[in-house]
Design a protein around this ligand. Sequence first.
Ligand SMILES: Cc1cc2nc3c(=O)[nH]c(=O)nc-3n(C[C@H](O)[C@H](O)[C@H](O)COP(=O)(O)OP(=O)(O)OC[C@H]3O[C@@H](n4cnc5c(N)ncnc54)[C@H](O)[C@@H]3O)c2cc1C
Length: 531
Amino acid sequence: MTPDAVVIGSGPNGLVAANLLADAGWSVVVLEEQDRPGGAVWSDESVAPGHVHDTFSSFYPLAAGSPTVQALHLEQHGLEWSRAPSVLGHAFPDGRWAVLHDDRNDTASALDADAPGDGQAWLDLCATWDRVGDDLVRCLLSPFPPVRGGAGMALQLTRAGGLGLVRELLMPARSLTEHRFRGEGARMLVAGNAGHADIPLESPGSAVMGLLLAMLGQTVGFPVPRGGAAALSGAMVRRLESLGGEVRLGERVTEVCVRSGRAVAVRTSSGEVPVRRAVLADVSAPALFGGLVGWDALPTKLRDRMSRFEWDPSTVKVDWALSSPVPWSNAPDRAPGTVHVADSMDDMTLAGGQVSAGLVPERPFLLVGQMGVADHTRVPDGGEALWAYTHVPQRVRSDAAEGRHGVRPVTGSWDESDLEAMAERVEQRIESRAPGFRDRITARRVLGPRELEALDSNLVGGAVNGGTAGLHQQLVFRPVAGTGRAETPVRGLYLASASAHPGGGVHGACGANAARAALWHHRARPPWRKQ
Ligand SMILES: Cc1cc2nc3c(=O)[nH]c(=O)nc-3n(C[C@H](O)[C@H](O)[C@H](O)COP(=O)(O)OP(=O)(O)OC[C@H]3O[C@@H](n4cnc5c(N)ncnc54)[C@H](O)[C@@H]3O)c2cc1C
C-alpha cells in the first residue's frame, strides 16, 4: 500500500512528525538508515556492562517544556521520567558551587549567600517567567513568522511585562547576567546554559538558550528517561506503531523523486517507496538540498543561499564507567545531574573564541552528565555512568595548548591519538575539581567528530545542532535567508530536522512544524487535487 507520508530519519523530529501525521489518520512509514531508531536520542551499554550511557543527548528540559511532546502522552507508552536531587551545578576552580535546585527558594537562598540581592533577582526572573514563560516557549517553538496568534501573543507579552524578557533573550548573555546579578554564581548558572548553543556570550541572542534552559530547569527540571535516552525514542516508536505507523530500520534514503515539481517517492537501497501526500525529511539541510533533491529540481537562489549555510562547531564526547561517584570537592548536598565546568565567564569566552578561531581550546568548557545520579537504574550499585562533552572547531587550524608543558597537542585529524589527547584534557579538567576521579575510571569511550557522524549522519563533522544557532541563521534565516518554515520549493516536501526553525534540541518542534505544514497544505488543496 502506498503510504500517505514517508518520513526520512527517525530522530526525535522525525518521530514527532510521524506521530502527528498518524494522529490525523495518515498512513506513515519512517525510513531510518541506522539499525536502531531515535537519531541522537539513544542509549547503549557498550562502555561497560551494567552502565547505560546516553550515546548523544541526555537531559530533556526542552522535551518536558514542549507542548507538542507533552501532548503525545508518552507516559502511556512506557516513558518514565527521572530527576537528579538537584538540577544543575556549576563547579568553580576554588571548590565553590552554584546550584540550581528544584525549589526556586533554595536556589535563591544559595545565590543570596554568594552575593546578597541575587536571591531576590533570581526570584524576580522566575516571577516574570511564570507570567510569560509558557507563551514564550509556544512562540519560540512555532513556525516563524507565527501566522496565527502572532499579534495576540505580542499583545499578551506586552501586558504581562514580557517584552522586557524578550529583549533580554535577545541580549548577549554577558550583558544580561552582569546587569541582573552581582555574583558569579547566578551569572554562571545562566551563562553555562548559554554555552549549550554556539553563540558567543558577548553576541546578541546568546541569552536565549541561557535563560530558556535556566528557567525550564527551575520549572520543569532537567529530566532524563528512566533506563536511558533510548526509552524516549522507544516510547515514540511504540506510540506510532499503536496508530498503525511503521519504522523500517537499515533503510538509507538516497533520493527524493520529484516529478512536475512535486515529491512523489523516495529511493532507498532496496527500491522505490512511492508516497501519496508528503515526504518529511529529518535530515540536515545540506543533505536535503543538493543531496537527496538534486539542484536541477530546486531554484538557483536556494543553491546560492545554501553555499552560505554554516554548521555549528564540532564535538568530542567522553563516556566513562566509574567504580563510584565522582569525588567532587565540596560536593553539593543534593547532587546535580548536570554539571558545568568553566573557571569563569572569561574562561568560557576564551574557550568559545578559540573554537571560533579554529583553535582547540586549552581549557575546554565542559558539559558533564552524572547519569547514575539522575537515574539510579542505569548503573550497578555504587557505580556511575558519566559523560562530558565539549566543542572543538569544525576545521582545526592549531591547538591553543600547543607548547604547554605536559599537554599532548591535538592536530585536528581526530584519529585515535587526537581523541586520546582530547580525552586526557577533559579528564584533567574534571580531576582539578574532583581529585581522585581518574582512579575510579573502569572503562572509557571517546566519540569524536567522525564517530558521531558515523552513528548519525545528521551530526555532520560532530555538529550537534543542525547548523549554527547564530542569529544570522535563526528564525526567517533558518536554514537560509527567506525560509524559517518547513515548506520547501518542492511541493509535498518538508524539512523536518533541527536544520529547520527553531533548531537543535529535543523539543520536536521542527518535526511538528513540518507535520502541521503538510496537513495544512493537504487540507487547503481542492478535493480533486488531493492525491
Ligand atoms: C552529543 C550530543 C548531546 C546532546 N545533548 C542534548 C541534550 O542533552 N538535550 C537536548 O535537548 N538536545 C541535545 N542534543 C541535541 C539533540 O540531540 C538534537 O538537536 C536532536 O536529536 C535533533 O533531532 P533530529 O530529529 O533533527 O535529528 P537526529 O536526532 O540527528 O536524527 C536524524 C535521524 O535521521 C537519520 N537519517 C539521516 N539521513 C538519513 C537518510 N538519508 N536515510 C534514512 N535515515 C537518515 C539518522 O540516522 C538519524 O536517525 C545533543 C546532541 C548531541 C549530538
